[in-house]
Structures are given as structure tokens and as C-alpha cells.
Design a protein around this ligand. Structure first.
Ligand code: PLP
Length: 361
């Protein structure tokens, strides 16, 4: 079966010598490989800075806290995402306020974000779902007009671009995830980036119990609580190996995505996501809309291709029910959508096969 998602790692003859070197270096915790990964990652994706963390979830937690979100504050967010985006809001004791989505992309609808802003709104979290940039220009304008920090969850969107800049450059904060099945993995890991350089010290303390590295342990003073959210040298080494091959991986996702944009949109009864003209998605997944998603799933299974919805709108979970509200566009989107494989493992033959099967549906 051609899988919907797949773990990608560099060739073993490249990765294993690097791993062997770091594993027996005697330096496993956060050290120079982590700092080198941060420098290279930021340079590669055009970010001002990168603070490496143990996961995308840890980076999101840091982003929310550094944005000033505390217990009782409201955070405008999307339900159409993987659960970590919203579980972390609850972990802080803040209140997720779900805005509705744009039916043609599954991404947050700027107009509904504007409607959901109250005096208690402390941050807006957007998710570039499936690798498609949200309507960032409009959303950033709303956030700025109200003086509310904008956090971009780029977990699905590594390598996407907006206004010819790397994704993650518009919001006040952005996070990336290197969990197993993302464009790039460090097994588990994440990056936090942000515009305000003066937050760098606080971000680094946040990922290490509140301790400041470089000050002797017998003298250092913890003044605010931090977590054990650091990336370690082994994960960073895998990340460094990935950075050498990531452009090829992302371009293949994009080439397959463009192929589907062209060939699926013309099939009667089907439609595909739309996005801003200034956006270049990174197509982590490819989303197809129809009146009968189960038929698509069946047709593709018949030719050995996995397709499914992958995520569950978060407000369907019991823990989010108290915050659910009405999300009519999301309900329609979720009813009509299905994801099909689009990643680096999808060959020219595979993508032809997918389009042919969809034509027969
Ligand atoms: C949209 C989204 N946000 C956040 C995360 C959290 O990332 P991680 O698994 O690295 O903690 C994920 C990944 O699972 C995700 O898909």
C-alpha cells in the first residue's frame, strides 16, 4: 500500500557515521551540535533565529508563554489541526477559542478570527494545515490592529513560502516540528523562532528549567519556571544530516502537489484547496474535496493507495467540548475532505495512478 505518510531519513551511509561520531563523543546533551543545527536551520529557512527544542509541542508551549498567555486568557485557534496545537493551550490553563475555517483550505478564516477577538484574547494561533499557508497578510493585519501576538504553527509547512519568504517569518512567533512523520525528522524535536530578539534569553531559560546556561550551577538563580525542553546533540546531528537533503524532499512534495493541483482540479465532482497567490505550499498532505470521500478512499485502496482524513477536529474531543461553539464551515470542510499521499515517496507512476483512479470515481 502506498502510505499517506512516511518517515524519511538520509541514506544510512551518510547518517550512520555522523551518529556514531556523536554517540561516542561523550557529549550527548545540549551542546555544539544543537547550536550548529540552530544556526544552519535558521539560515536555510530564512528565519531570524532558531531555538531548538525537544518537540514542536514544547516550542508551542514556549511561544504561548513568551507571548504572555497565562491561565484564564483566551487564545484564538483552529480545531482543524493535530491535537498538540490545542492541548498545550489547556496545559497553560488558557481558553481555546475556536474560529471557523475557510472551506476551501481548512485554514482559519480571517473574518471569523476578527469576530472572535475579545478583551481577553492574548494570542492568535494559526496552523498552516497540510502545508498550505493561511491567509497570512489578512490575519497579520488583524493581529497588528488589535495588538495581539500572532503565533504560526508551521508543523506541517516546513519549506512553504509566503511573499517569497520562508514560512514562519510573518508572525511574532513560529514553531516547527521534527516529529517522526514530518517533512524532516530528528526522531522528535522542534524549533521556536520569534521576531523580538530580546526574548532570546528567556526562550533559552524556558527550555532548561529556568536555568541560564553559562552561569556556574552554584551561582545561577532561577527567577521563572522553565521546563526540560532542550534538544540533545543526537537529535541535532540527525537534523544536521537532514538539512543537506531537505530541499530535495520538499521539492518532491511540491512537484507532486503542483501535479495534483493541475490534474485533480479538472476532474468533474472534485475540487482542490485554494490559497493566496503569494503562498507557496509545501504539500505535506494533499487534500481532495468531493461529495463522497468514502468513494475516493475505496477507489484508491483498490489500486493500493492509502487515503484518509488523518486528523479529527479537536473540538470533537471531550476535553475541548466546553469550548466547541458553532463551526459550520469546518463541519462542511471535514465532511468533504480526504488526504491523498503527496510526499517524496510518491513516484511519477504513483501520482498518475492516483489521478486515474480519481477519474474513475
Ligand atoms: C499541526 C501540529 N502542531 C503541532 C504538532 C506538535 O509537534 P510535535 O509532535 O513535534 O510535538 C504537530 C505534530 O504532531 C502538528 O501536526
Amino acid at each position: 500500500m502506498l502510505p499517506l505518510i512516511k518517515v524519511g531519513l538520509p541514506e544510512s551511509n551518510k547518517l550512520m557515521p555522523m551518529l556514531e561520531q556523536v554517540l561516542y563523543s561523550g557529549m550527548l546533551a545540549e551542546g555544539e551540535p544543537v547550536y550548529e543545527f540552530e544556526r544552519q536551520f535558521a539560515r536555510h529557512f530564512g528565519l531570524d533565529r532558531a531555538v531548538a527544542m525537544s518537540s514542536g509541542t514544547a516550542a508551542l508551549h514556549a511561544a504561548l508563554v513568551l507571548a504572555g498567555v497565562a491561565a484564564g486568557d483566551e487564545v484564538i485557534t483552529t480545531s482543524m489541526t493535530a491535537e498538540p496545537t490545542n492541548v498545550v493551550i489547556l496545559q497553560i490553563g488558557a481558553i481555546p477559542v475556536f474560529a471557523d475555517v475557510d472551506i476551501s483550505s481548512g485554514n482559519l478564516d480571517p473574518a471569523d478570527i476578527a469576530q472572535k477577538i475579545t478583551k481577553k484574547t492574548r494570542a492568535i494561533v494559526v496552523v498552516h494545515y497540510a502545508g498550505i499557508p493561511v491567509r497570512l497578510a489578512e490575519i497579520a493585519e488583524i493581529a497588528q490592529r488589535h495588538g495581539i501576538p500572532l503565533i504560526e504553527d508551521c508543523a506541517h509547512a516546513l519549506g512553504a513560502r509566503y511573499n517569497d519568504k520562508g514560512i514562519g517569518c510573518v508572525g511574532d512567533f513560529a514553531i516547527f516540528s521534527f516529529q517522526a512523520i514530518k517533512h524532516m525528522t530528528t526522531i522528535d524535536g522542534g524549533v521556536l523562532t520569534f521576531k523580538d530578539e530580546s526574548l532570546l534569553r528567556a526562550a533559552k531559560k524556558f527550555r532548561w528549567f529556568g536555568l541560564e546556561k553559562g552561569i556556574p550551577r552554584t551561582e545561577v538563580d532561577i527567577t521563572s519556571v522553565g521546563y526540560k525542553y532542550n534538544m540533545h546533540n543526537v537529535a541535532a546531528t540527525i537534523g544536521l544530516a537532514q538539512l543537506d537533503v531537505i530541499d530535495n524532499v520538499i521539492s518532491r512534495h511540491q512537484a507532486n502537489g503542483h501535479f495534483f493541483d493541475e490534474h485533480i482540479s479538472s476532474i468533474s465532482g472534485l475540487s482542490v484547496p485554494t490559497f493566496d497567490a503569494t503562498a507557496l505550499p509545501s504539500y505535506w498532505l494533499y487534500t481532495v474535496f468531493s461529495d463522497d470521500f468514502a468513494d475516493i478512499e475505496k477507489r484508491l485502496a483498490e489500486v493500493g493507495v492509502a487515503a484518509n482524513k488523518l486528523h479529527r477536529p479537536n473540538h470533537y474531543h471531550s476535553i475541548f467540548k466546553p469550548y466547541a461553539g458553532e463551526l459550520p464551515q469546518l463541519e462542511k470542510y471535514y465532511q468533504r475532505m480526504i488526504h491523498v499521499p503527496c510526499g517524496w515517496w510518491v513516484t511519477d507512476d504513483d501520482r498518475e495512478k492516483i489521478v486515474d483512479a480519481l477519474k474513475r470515481g
